[in-house]
Ligand binder design. Structure first.
Ligand code: ATP
Length: 442
């Protein structure tokens, strides 16, 4: 694996962002757990996306639909048909499955057994609902969150008295029995999606598609993603998802190559017309002004939480050769700074008593910690030299390092060190919250 990725995997484990799932039992295929810093970062990312959709746009409302749905939904959406399937060959001896393109000869690359004929294997994860495990009780873990939105279209339109165009946003878990989960958290079997479905007049679908494509690219740029590592590819008809009339993939240049992070799709009337047909409910929209009834067209923006979190990790990772800390004890070694955007960084501030053996300084530091903690995610660290503590803070992207020293005892001021400029300012403790709020909100 690429060197940068190995370093990020190691850093995120060592510093409490991401752990392999069930590690004490040897892990569990491509499942990951988000540790104390990972969960903060994930929550921040979801919050930033949610407020972008709900607060910064007019006419988008939220939804939290169930993961388990009536299996007829997946029949109607086409997920149970061959389309949502990988073509695989199965080893007749060890029963392992391989993607058709991954097998070179007719023998199993793992055990040398004979490989069978390629077959389609569905990616939906099955489970049973109720006490009996039979055909009638089969249900599926949803493979995408958007179906919950489509089947609630009429509930939301009527309860919220919405007129076209309007959007429905949702964040939630999805599951796909991916045959080739790979590249750390890029492709996993359990993941979260942030999806927004925009319902509009068919005549305006192209205009809205272009609008959302631009909006979504700008979102990444505003959060500090380097422009040169981002590209948008409009997908040709032959390669588009079966439901898409237009499709644009937003891609990021990962160290292992370009990879899709978000899909923008013009899904036409595929979803609402199919759900109408299959459910017997009329999901058309009635436009009173022109006395017309039609299926709204849907523009979808769909991004994976973990996949985009991976983007923010890679984008933030900066190695500074020879170090940048200039305190006297600084060891001139390579330093790592995670330059996360201030809204996404898991820890905003760290409280550092200059020395740990002066009870007055320690008491003051704890007092500052108590002031900051209810409002901003922060840590308290009194172990090691101040230079080392700065470096540990930089490595997890802490924006403000707050040092309590001897002068604090005299004038109630502390030094605030900025992660990116390393500039230090003395701020009165009384003004600290205003200072931090102002910097974080700008
Ligand atoms: P891919 O081609 O990478 O499998 P896709 O085209 O199937 O993705 P969509 O169904 O359009 O993806 O899903 C939208 C987004 O959900 C993707 O852009 C990605 O960010 C995320 N996503 C999809 N599958 C996975 C997965 N297995 N693991 C993590 N994130 C995923």
């Amino acid at each position: 694996m690429d060197d940068t990725i190995s370093k990020i995997i190691s850093l995120t484990k060592r510093r409490g962002f991401i752990f392999p799932s069930s590690e004490i039992y040897g892990g569990f295929g491509s499942s990951y757990d988000f540790g104390p810093l990972g969960v903060e970062m994930k929550r921040n990312l979801k919050q930033v996306w949610w407020s972008e959709m709900i607060n910064n746009h007019e006419d988008i409302v939220g939804l939290d639909a169930a993961i388990l749905m009536n299996p007829k939904v997946w029949q109607a959406s086409g997920h149970l048909a061959a389309g949502f399937a990988d073509e695989l060959t199965e080893c007749q001896k060890c029963k392992k499955r391989f993607k058709k393109e991954d097998k070179e000869k007719d023998v199993c690359p793992e055990c040398g057994g004979k490989l069978g004929q390629p077959r389609k294997f569905n990616l939906m994860m099955k489970t049973f609902v109720g006490p009996v495990e039979d055909e009638a009780s089969i249900a599926y873990l949803r493979a995408e969150t958007c179906q919950g939105i489509y089947v609630n279209f009429e509930n939301i339109r009527s309860s919220m008295r919405k007129k076209l165009p309007f959007g429905i946003a949702q964040i939630g878990k999805s599951f796909r029995n991916e045959i080739n989960p790979k590249n750390f958290i890029f492709r996993t079997r359990e993941f979260e999606q942030m999806e927004m479905q925009w319902f509009c007049n068919p005549k305006e679908a192209d205009k809205w598609f272009d609008y959302w494509k631009e909006e979504r690219v700008n979102w990444y740029l505003r959060l500090g993603i380097d422009k040169k590592d981002l590209r948008v590819i409009e997908i040709d008809k032959k390669d588009r998802a079966h439901y898409a009339q237009r499709q644009a993939d937003i891609e990021y240049r990962f160290p292992f190559g370009w990879g899709e992070i978000e899909g923008i799709h013009n899904r036409g009337d595929w979803d609402l017309s199919n759900h109408s047909k299959n459910s017997g409910q009329d999901l058309r929209y009635f436009n009173e002004e022109v006395n017309e009834k039609y299926f709204p067209h849907i523009i979808e923006t769909s991004v994976g939480v973990e996949r985009s979190l991976f983007v923010f990790l890679v984008n933030a990772y900066k190695e500074i050769k020879g170090g940048r800390t200039t305190t006297t004890e600084a060891v001139k070694e390579q330093e790592v700074v995670m330059k996360f955007d201030k809204n996404i960084t898991p820890i905003k501030a760290i409280i550092l008593p200059l020395v740990k053996n002066n009870p007055k300084i320690v008491a003051k530091a704890k007092e500052v910690y108590k002031i900051i903690k209810p409002k901003f995610s922060c840590q308290y660290d009194q172990i090691g030299s101040i230079g080392r503590r700065y470096r540990r803070a930089d490595e997890i992207g802490v924006i403000f390092a707050l040092t309590i020293d001897f002068q604090t005892l005299e004038d109630n001021t502390i030094t605030v060190r900025d992660r990116d400029t390393m500039k230090q300012e003395r701020i009165k403790i009384d003004n600290l919250m205003d200072f931090i709020s102002e910097k974080l909100n700008n």
